[in-house]
Design a protein around this ligand. Structure first.
Ligand SMILES: *Cc1c(COP(=O)(O)O)cnc(C)c1O
Length: 383
């Protein structure tokens, strides 16, 4: 960076200050998470790093009770509400512990009858199910494990338990690349959804859910924040005995996510991403952009003689695209050569093998186009 830092008389601070502006080389990052973020957001955060809008400090150094921070978190919530069209009878909570903490927090707060139904469509749903088993009777009412989670089971008429407190899904399966295109018929029971890897990727009807939650490091911001959107009637004092204070939705709802120090810097970045999405045209625009990107990749996979997608066509995710050559050595060669060409993190999840391209909101179309060009070339060379 060539910019003089005002007042920075510290030794070490000025080391780079007389260099010319550095050329920043960014790769195409296909990581499943933490994942690519909009460059505009990263640049803006960099510009505000030392002095956030005249406060003379970084957001990282700021009291979470300060006026400046109050504006940051309030605006983040308002922008998210606007983007997702969140009704007034839903609370938005910015919490910690990642998506995985919710695997316990959900049963602790919602299992009034100590019964819940789980649809197991991948590792994350399975982990949530296993955690719920610690707190009550969790029923696996559907699963796609029989075919390595490569499809979404028919959920139109499942044996939903009479006394189920909720029905749980993982809406987009990050590892396997499947997505619920229609929500399950919960027969009137509350739907709880982990949307970590499809958060803000397309419009959503919040009223169909009791709880929507996700870790933000897939599509929204830096790891360390989990967003929970929860219908108010589900937030009660009536939680399982022994539920820690920090794991009660009510304590966070009553305190507007400021019961204790929130993941303040992470929320600030999420807020910038919400504004970026609004500027792109909101969730309708995101959906169009994501469909276009995914089509480029899936269309190529469908006609390729070397690569093939691993997911049943109608259940394909717009966000995570797993594919294989059918030959492990060739897969490894592809990942290695792709990396050398500037396409990072294409290795599939360790439980699936092969490749996976995660093409979240912030992945530009050129990233996918260039990847497909590279795949074509690889196919020719390895035919
Ligand atoms: C990544 C992921 C998780 C786990 O998130 P953590 O924040 O690491 O706990 C859970 N569910 C889904 C769908 C994910 O993609």
């Amino acid at each position: 960076m060539g910019r003089q830092i005002p007042g920075s008389g510290w030794p070490g601070n000025l080391q780079d200050s007389d260099k010319e502006e550095e050329v920043v080389a960014r790769v195409y990052n296909f990581s499943a998470g933490p994942a690519v973020l909009p460059e505009e957001v990263l640049k803006e955060a960099a510009e505000e790093m030392l002095d956030y809008r005249g406060t003379g400090m970084s957001v990282m150094e700021m009291s979470h009770r300060s006026k400046a921070y109050e504006t940051i978190i309030k605006e983040a919530e308002a922008d998210l509400r606007e983007l997702m069209n969140i009704p007034d009878n839903y609370k938005v909570l910015f919490l910690q512990g990642g998506a995985s903490q919710q695997f316990a927090m959900i049963p602790m707060n919602l299992m009034k009858n100590r019964v819940a139904d789980y649809i197991v469509t991948g590792q994350w749903a399975k982990k949530a199910y296993q955690e719920a088993c610690l707190y009550g009777k969790a029923n696996k009412i559907a699963s796609s494990e029989d075919q390595t989670f490569s499809y979404i089971p028919d959920c139109s008429d499942l044996p939903v338990s009479e006394d189920a407190d909720y029905v749980y899904i993982c809406e987009n399966n990050t590892i396997y690349g499947t997505k619920f295109k229609t929500l399950p018929n919960t027969k009137g029971k509350t739907l709880v959804a982990d949307v970590s890897s499809c958060f803000l990727s397309e419009p959503v009807d919040v009223t169909r859910y009791g709880v929507i939650y996700g870790g933000v490091q897939k599509n929204i911001g830096p790891a360390g924040v989990v967003i929970v959107i929860i219908r108010e009637d589900l937030i009660t004092e009536d939680v399982l005995p022994g539920t820690p204070t920090m794991l009660k939705y009510k304590i966070h709802a009553d305190n507007d996510s400021l019961y204790n120090t929130p993941p303040a810097y992470g929320i600030y970045i999420c807020g910038k991403v919400f504004k970026w999405i609004r500027k792109q045209g909101g969730l309708e625009a995101m959906k169009a952009h994501n469909e276009k990107k995914a089509a480029i990749l899936y269309d190529f996979l469908d006609q390729s003689k070397l690569f093939r997608g691993t997911v049943r066509r109608e259940d394909r995710s717009l966000m995570n695209v797993p594919f294989v050559t059918g030959n492990e050595e060739l897969d490894a060669k592809f990942v290695k050569e792709a990396k050398a060409a500037g396409f990072e993190n294409l290795k599939g999840h360790r439980t699936v093998g092969g490749m996976r391209a995660s093409i979240y909101n912030a992945m530009p179309i050129e990233g996918v186009e260039k990847l497909v060009e590279f795949m074509k070339k690889f196919e020719e060379e390895n035919a």
